[in-house]
Design a protein around this ligand. Structure first.
Ligand code: FAD
Length: 193
């Protein structure tokens, strides 16, 4: 099991290196620079470990990897500090960088494009339709929403507006949780005792 930080607070930036279009830009993602993100990862790993120790997972042969992560030897195994080191050491992304060219109100100084995706600041005839216009990261996969952005802009340019479509009520079944998650964790703890 592998917890993923879906709503990171750390943000990076892209900057022009020089005025030359041939110079690659500076891309600085600044992953895990907000301490909140490390805290979230540590808590997520603790929950994951609990789930891994639960009787149903144990029945499937679930076990903790007992190899100490190189670079984290100085910390007590599975302590918060060890887990924080683990998060920083075995880090990888799921390739969802967005938001370097934020869509927003024209009077918002951090907006790069307006809600019609037109570049602000006096640039004429240029629109942007990709993941960069997201004002912030969505909590999931990025490909489908980016295709929606492109489809929406194509319709705007063509002056077309799709009629609102509502799902027939009979097809809509709200998803409900059978179990209270905290209750599951409490039960796992009782089982362990
Ligand atoms: C390995 C990997 C796995 C992924 N897996 C998933 C997944 O399972 N599900 C999911 O939803 N998302 C996934 N994603 C994320 C998703 O693919 C991207 O978020 C999405 O494709 C981004 O779309 P985009 O249009 O913003 O950018 P891109 O798809 O990167 O399109 C940018 C385009 O601009 C072109 N371009 C760049 N510079 C210039 C230039 N100067 N002039 C002209 N053209 C230029 C590029 O050639 C490219 O065609 C994955 C991404 C990666 C890298």
């Amino acid at each position: 099991m592998f917890p993923v930080l879906l709503r990171p607070k750390s943000t990076g930036y892209i900057k022009l290196r020089s005025a030359s279009a041939y110079d690659p830009p500076i891309i600085e993602p600044r992953y895990l620079t907000d301490p909140h993100d490390i805290k979230t990862m540590v808590e997520a790993m603790k929950i994951t470990i609990k789930v891994g120790h639960s009787p149903p997972m144990r029945r499937l042969g679930s076990r903790l990897i007992d190899k100490v992560v190189p670079g984290c030897e100085g910390y007590k195994l599975y302590s918060d500090k060890y887990l924080a080191c683990l998060a920083r050491t075995l880090t990888h992304t799921i390739y969802h960088p967005v938001g370097t060219c934020k869509m927003g109100a024209a009077d918002d100084p951090t907006s790069v494009v307006d809600p019609q995706l037109r570049v602000l600041g006096g640039v004429k005839g240029l629109r942007v339709a990709d993941g960069s216009i997201f004002p912030s990261l969505i909590g999931g996969n990025t490909n489908a929403p980016i295709i929606m952005v492109a489809e929406r802009l194509a319709d705007m340019i063509k002056g077309k507006r799709l009629p609102a479509k509502s799902l027939p009520h009979s097809h809509y079944k709200p998803y409900t949780y059978d179990l209270d998650y905290n209750d599951v964790l409490d039960r796992n703890e009782r089982d362990e005792r």
